[in-house]
Design a protein around this ligand. Sequence first.
Ligand code: CTP
Ligand SMILES: C/C(=C\CO)CCC[C@H](C)CCC[C@H](C)CCCC(C)C
Length: 278
Amino acid sequence: MATTPVVKIAASPSILTLRFPRKPLLIPSDTGVFRRPSSLRLRRIRSTAVASWLQDSGATVAVLSGAYSLVLSFDFLTKMNLIEQNLSRKLVHVLSGVLFMSSWPIFSSTTEARYFAAIVPFINCLRLVSYGLGLFTNEDLIKSVTREGKPEELLQGPLCYVLVLLVCTLFFWHQSPIGIVSIAMMSGGDGFADIVGRRFGTLKLPYNKRKSWIGSISMFTFGFLFSIGMLYYFSIFGYLHLEWMPVIKKVAIISFAATMVESLPIDEATLNNPTNLS
Ligand SMILES: Nc1ccn([C@@H]2O[C@H](COP(=O)(O)OP(=O)(O)OP(=O)(O)O)[C@@H](O)[C@H]2O)c(=O)n1
Ligand SMILES: C/C(=C\CO)CCC[C@H](C)CCC[C@H](C)CCCC(C)C
């Protein structure tokens, strides 16, 4: 009896899938080979695919709205002088990555879901490039995410940040700790290094007078905590099954390495003239 191609949808749980458990789409027969699904099964497969597309489209619109609202909210707080611009920028820095990752379980469990989620950082990349090149203007965005309110600043830290989100979404998604830890270190670690170091960083590093011990300790501590926290978050949804003791050791090593790199005196001047290590 000829075996027939099997239709298979990647089975990893999404928050919505957990509420609507699906019957298996593979149809083993008693002889151990698979057979083509019946017309009823094919209709179910098609309806599952349509449901997943609708779920992912809705999730994409919701997360895009969240991104827009986040920037608007901090712009309002800055305009009302409730928080200073640097703190606003760093809170957007911390929250964007963590909230974006936290939104991943609302997407479906299909293999295409990551491409829907990647639309969010991709559109934000286009926004940052268009505003950074002066093609359009958006004072709210510029005030919320730049140091000095210059549009061209959008093409530096913010654009790199969103590109990292895009790459981690496309190539790692929620199935690999690599992307999760990378985003947690970038958003939680680097964000709090700035927030804490700028305020309490009187004792400077011997090899970099722009950075401080407390800032680097914050980078390590918050990078580690955000990484473990997000790995635990995704393990709750069943995306990851981790041996925690080895994971904790590896994340501590990664946090230390990231802290050392972040503390190096590498700035725009150094990048332009590598012999100019301050
Ligand atoms: N290990 C660190 C990191 C940051 N800081 C404090 O936070 C400020 C900004 O940190 P920096 O890493 O320069 O910010 P970036 O993330 O590089 O740049 P951006 O301002 O674009 O975020 C520093 O001047 C310093 O006061 C610190 O004390 N110790
Ligand atoms: C200030 C930043 C980096 C430099 O330190 C962060 C820039 C953030 C972008 C302007 C907006 C990025 C939005 C995310 C792609 C999606 C967030 C969604 C979430 C639900 C808020």
